[in-house]
Design a protein. Sequence first.
Length: 121
Amino acid sequence: MGVYVSVRGWLECNDEQLVRVREIIAAHDDNFYNGGWAFPTKPFSWTSYVFYGGDLRDHEAHWLLDELQEIAGIPPSDEDGGDVRGFFLASHEIEGSTEWRLREGKLLVFPAGERFRYLDE
């Protein structure tokens, strides 16, 4: 049957960065797991939120990490210097949970600790 990783989280960006986020996600399209992405249906504020939720086979999760690494590298599109930010919780059936944080142009991975354990129950 396999081992799975449940991934859920979001990205925060502006409208210009959203165009690039869409391009990167389309370029990494695997015709299956990429179906977990959800985009705003119409602009209504200055921040766009893009969500992901899905259960992936653990050996397939690398494509999502590669995708997020590329998204993290999207440069600020205004003088305020706002990078694409994000937070994802990846719950591995055997290895436990990790946090995937996008900030300051990087994808950072940390153990999730106890505060998110209730999501794994």
